[in-house]
Design a protein around this ligand. Structure first.
Ligand code: S3P
Length: 179
């Protein structure tokens, strides 16, 4: 079977890291979380990077790390919610893996991110409104580059991970058959 990476995209609180770890365990591929890689390389957490370099500085670091990690294959990659913002990242992610969009309602995202202090975009008086705004802008991009979309608000992480593996294996088999 042709093995390719699984790249998880989706908003904050959609379950990318949790589901990513489950996929990695099941398929035996190494797991990478782009935010964690950025923090390890920079020696500072995401909030500190935003504070000193702004979102634009963070996006540059993110693009660089994504380029480095996606050269390793096959892996499971959990991206940050805004990893799809730069057009060059969209092309790169699509070209280097099977892209799965973890879709999730704003209410669910809010519930899951409420207690987290390392998401600088949400450290504002009305984080739910921000999540809604981000959702409206990014959902079409997530959909455009995804090979497969799954709702992680309705499904448990285990169920979502099983369905993703089924679809991933099916897509790989059909590629092999067409070769
Ligand atoms: C961001 C999402 C975060 C992190 C940064 C910016 C975003 O990752 O990359 O705070 O723009 O949506 P998670 O989606 O893993 O929370």
């Amino acid at each position: 079977m042709t093995e390719t990476s699984i790249i998880l995209i989706g908003p904050m609180g959609s379950g990318k890291s949790t589901i990513g770890r489950l996929l990695a365990k099941e398929l035996g591929y190494p797991f990478y979380d782009s935010d964690k890689e950025i923090e390890a390389k920079t020696g500072a957490n995401i909030s500190t990077i935003f504070e000193y370099e702004g979102e634009a500085g963070f996006r540059l670091r993110e693009a660089e790390i994504l380029d480095t990690i996606t050269r390793i294959s096959p892996i499971i990659l959990a991206t940050g919610g805004g990893a799809i913002l730069l057009p060059e990242n969209q092309i790169m992610l699509k070209a280097r893996g099977y892209v799965v969009y973890l879709q999730c309602s704003v209410d669910k995202q809010f519930e899951r991110t409420q207690k987290d202090s390392n998401r600088p975009l949400l450290l504002i008086p009305n984080p739910k409104e921000k999540l809604r705004e981000i959702f409206l802008f990014r959902a079409p991009i997530y959909k455009k580059i995804a090979d497969f979309t799954i709702d992680t608000g309705l499904n448990s992480s285990k169920t979502a991970s099983k369905q993703i593996i089924q679809e991933y294996l099916r897509s790989r088999t059909s590629i092999d058959e067409n070769c």
